[in-house]
Ligand binder design. Structure first.
Ligand code: ASP
Length: 435
């Protein structure tokens, strides 16, 4: 049995929704459908979720919201008419408008794209409609409650062989709607897959899966056919996006594979994200990703190596300032902390002051302009010389490596380089291992 999540571009208008019905009809195991709100129909279009945000803002700021409201209504009326349905979407739209005007709240407002689209899609497919507010739960602090959700959702699904559960939201104990972060329909899809004990979580989008590198940097990068959850975590963390980061956890725990598929090219195999990749394709590298925008806090102190508790003092300075760090390469008398610029924004003077007072270093400096590039691949463990090839490829391009980190899992080599070298480095690594 399969759970199918469809993203906003797969549901942007009636034409797209007709495509997803064809896809669903092709496979009788596609029992549960988790839709996003209608996304962009063309490049300059506005996603319904963004229209809803604008609607909420207009109401809160006491501005005129009629035009935005009309735009939102038009999107749903067009879908209803394009699908030849007789769903009374106008009365749902009126309820939403009234609720928003009566301060139903930000999360309620922005979740209505999924709710309304879900109603229409359920009608069109002839599936039951299950309101996510009745089956997906958060606590009063807005934290997702997995166990309660699983129990209630599983019970509810056992009464519906075929159903639509709108993505992106659930409810809190006071009954108010709460959403996940943007792109959160991916998470709902994973939650439904786990509750339904699905064999496969299909995530339908507008690309045929993950690419080995960012196509804005490498021309026509190859497709990733199989990737383990762990590799995906590493790549996603370093900026490779297709799937919401948090959507992996629910299915990961239940060993359910995810298949990223393209609604516009349904026969493409897409990418399989699996707990463990068994039949290997012989690739050493699975993918390359990276991000700019890091700094290094460099600390020097003679005999640092012998000072018990030195590391703890540095880390407590970070903790006191509520800063999370990326990497911590060290030498005998030196310690470097790699930090995202966004983490230290506005906090740098206090951080330096705290490190200075706690650690009494001989020197303390912050270097900006670092980029991190992660080369990820389960195949690295069995292959000697991967690091040598990687560093040689960078050296050939005259790139200076400022930091190296390889985790103990050996599926990942991370290098820190100047931001100016970022694109060249990714191209060089791709050429070395993937071409
Ligand atoms: N509609 C929401 C967003 O645009 C959630 C989603 O599509 O996953 O972020």
């Amino acid at each position: 049995m399969k759970v199918c999540k469809f993203g906003g571009s797969s549901l942007a208008n009636a034409e797209q929704i007709k495509k997803i019905k064809q896809i669903i009809d092709l496979d009788p195991e596609r029992n549960y459908v988790v839709p996003s709100a209608p996304g962009k129909r063309f490049d300059d279009d506005i996603k319904v979720t963004d229209l809803l945000i604008a609607f909420h803002n207009a109401v809160t700021n006491g501005e005129d919201f009629e035009a935005i409201c009309a735009d939102i209504s038009e999107r749903f009326v067009q879908i209803r008419d394009g699908l030849n349905l007789d769903t009374d979407i106008e009365s749902y739209l009126n309820t939403v408008k009234e609720d928003v005007r009566n301060s139903a709240g930000y999360d309620y407002t922005i979740s209505r794209g999924e709710f309304l689209n879900g109603l229409l899609i359920a009608d069109y497919l002839g599936y039951d409609f299950i309101d996510a507010a009745d089956v997906i739960f958060f606590n009063s602090d807005g934290e997702y409650k997995s166990e309660k959700t699983r129990t209630v959702l599983r019970g509810r699904l056992s009464h519906s062989k075929k159903a639509v559960v709108p993505g992106f939201y659930g409810s809190m104990p006071n009954g108010k709607v709460k959403t996940f972060s943007r792109g959160g329909t991916d998470i709902t899809g994973a939650i439904v897959a786990r509750a339904a004990r699905a064999d496969l979580y299909e995530n339908w989008t507008d690309v045929s899966g993950f690419l080995m590198a960012d196509p804005r940097i490498v021309a026509n990068p190859k497709q990733i056919k199989n990737i383990s959850y762990r590799e995906l975590r590493e790549l996603a963390y370093m900026g490779a996006t297709v799937l919401h980061e948090d959507s992996i956890f629910p299915v990961f725990k239940a060993n359910i594979p995810i298949n990223i598929k393209n609604t516009n090219k349904p026969s493409d195999e897409g990418t399989f994200i699996v707990p463990q990749v068994d039949n290997d394709d012989g690739n050493i590298i699975t993918g390359i990703a990276g991000r700019k925008g890091f700094s290094v806090l460099a600390i020097e102190k003679t005999k640092m190596n012998a000072e018990i508790g030195f590391g703890r003092k540095v880390l407590s300075a970070l903790e006191n300032n509520n800063i999370s760090f990326e990497h911590m390469p060290s030498g005998v008398d030196t310690l470097s902390i790699v930090l995202a610029n966004s983490e230290i924004k506005g906090k740098q003077p206090q951080l330096l002051d705290d490190v200075y007072n706690l650690c009494e270093p001989d020197s303390l400096e912050v270097f900006k302009g670092l980029a991190l590039v992660a080369t990820v691949g389960r195949g690295m463990i069995h292959n000697i010389g991967v690091a040598a090839r990687l560093f040689a490829a960078l050296a050939k391009c005259g790139i200076n490596i400022r930091m190296i980190d390889q985790g103990s899992s050996e599926i990942n080599i991370i290098v820190g380089i100047d931001e100016a070298d970022f694109e060249i480095a990714i191209k060089a690594i791709y050429a070395e291992f993937c071409e």
